[in-house]
Design a protein around this ligand. Structure first.
Ligand SMILES: C[S@@+](CC[C@H](N)C(=O)[O-])C[C@H]1O[C@@H](n2cnc3c(N)ncnc32)[C@H](O)[C@@H]1O
Length: 252
C-alpha cells in the first residue's frame, strides 16, 4: 500500500521485470485500506517499513501507527498473527510499542535493533549507507477484537425528488453543512448542467474524507432523481449515505 501513484507505477514495473505474479499493490491511505478491504482474522503478517514519522505535534494526526492502527490490526490479523514495524526514528518505535501495550490485545516485542531481514527497502539501504540506527517493533495478536468499519455494503444510489429543484433552492445549498454522530457532509459547489444540477460534496467519516459529486436530473414524469455521479464514485460510507439522505429531505 502506498500513496503516490509514481511509487506504484515503479513497483509494478519492477515486479513485472522480475516475473512476480503473487503480489497486489494498493494505492491509498493504509490507515483506512487495511481495515476496510480485509476481512476479520484474515492476515498472517503486516509489515511497515520506514513510515513517515510526522514529528511535529500539529502533524501527529497523519501518523499511521497509533491507537486506531492497533484497533485495525486487532481485527484483521489472524490470532497469533503479527505486525512488524521498522523505523529509523527511536521515539516513533517507542510510541508504536506504547500504542500496542495500551490496546492490551498484543504481545509487544521491542523496540530492538532489527535482526537480519530477508530484504532491504530503498530507504533502509539509504539509512544503512549513512550509518543511521534503525529499530524494530513487533506486535503479536493475542486477543482479537472486531473494529467498526466505514465502508458499507450495497449502495442505494437513487433518491426521488418531487420536482427538479429551482435555482433559488439549489443556490441556498451552497456551503451548507450537515452533521450527525462522527459524520459531516458539506456542499462545496453547485453547478447548473443541461440535464439539471451537479453538486460537489465533501463527506467525512471521522478523519476519512472524500470529495464526490451528485447529480440531479429531471425524469420524463416531471419528478427528479438525485444520484451519485458516475465516474467519480466515492467509497460507500455512512457519511456519503447521510449526505444524500439529507439532500433528499432538504430538496423535497
Ligand atoms: C520514508 S518512505 C519509505 C518508503 C519505503 N517503505 C521504503 O522503506 O523504502 C515513507 C513512505 O510512506 C508512505 N506513506 C505515508 N503515509 C502513508 C499512508 N497513510 N498510507 C500509505 N503510505 C503512506 C509515503 O508515501 C512514503 O512513500
Amino acid at each position: 500500500m502506498e500513496l503516490p501513484r509514481e511509487c506504484l507505477v515503479k513497483a509494478s514495473a519492477e515486479l513485472e521485470a522480475c516475473g512476480r505474479e503473487n503480489v497486489r499493490i494498493l494505492r491509498g491511505d493504509a490507515r483506512y485500506l487495511l481495515r476496510e478491504l480485509f476481512e476479520t482474522g484474515t492476515l498472517q503478517k503486516v509489515l511497515m517499513q520506514f513510515p513517515l514519522p510526522w514529528p511535529k505535534d500539529r502533524h501527529a494526526k497523519h501518523r499511521v501507527v497509533g491507537s486506531r492502527w492497533a484497533e485495525t490490526l486487532a481485527d484483521v490479523l489472524a490470532p497469533g498473527g503479527g505486525f512488524e514495524l521498522v523505523t529509523d526514528q527511536g521515539w516513533y518505535a517507542e510510541e508504536a510499542a506504547a500504542a500496542f501495550k495500551t490496546h492490551g490485545g498484543f504481545n509487544v516485542v521491542g523496540p530492538l535493533a532489527p535482526d537480519s531481514r530477508p530484504f532491504l527497502t530503498r530507504y533502509e539501504r539509504k539509512w544503512k549507507e549513512e550509518g543511521r540506527e534503525t529499530w524494530k517493533v513487533k506486535a503479536i495478536l493475542t486477543r482479537p477484537l472486531p473494529a467498526e468499519r466505514f465502508f458499507l455494503p450495497s449502495p442505494m444510489t437513487h433518491h426521488h425528488l418531487p420536482v427538479l429543484p429551482l435555482e433559488d433552492s439549489m443556490r441556498a445549498l451552497q456551503g451548507l453543512r450537515f452533521e450527525d454522530e462522527g459524520v459531516v457532509v458539506e456542499v462545496k459547489e453547485v453547478f447548473r448542467s443541461d440535464s439539471g444540477w451537479l453538486l460537489k460534496l465533501l463527506a467525512s467519516d471521522e478523519s476519512f474524507s472524500q470529495i464526490f459529486f451528485a447529480r440531479i436530473v429531471e425524469r420524463v414524469d416531471g419528478r427528479a432523481l438525485l444520484k451519485l455521479e458516475e465516474g467519480g464514485r466515492p467509497f460507500w460510507t455512512r457519511a456519503v449515505r447521510f449526505g444524500l439522505e439529507e439532500l433528499e429531505k432538504k430538496l423535497s
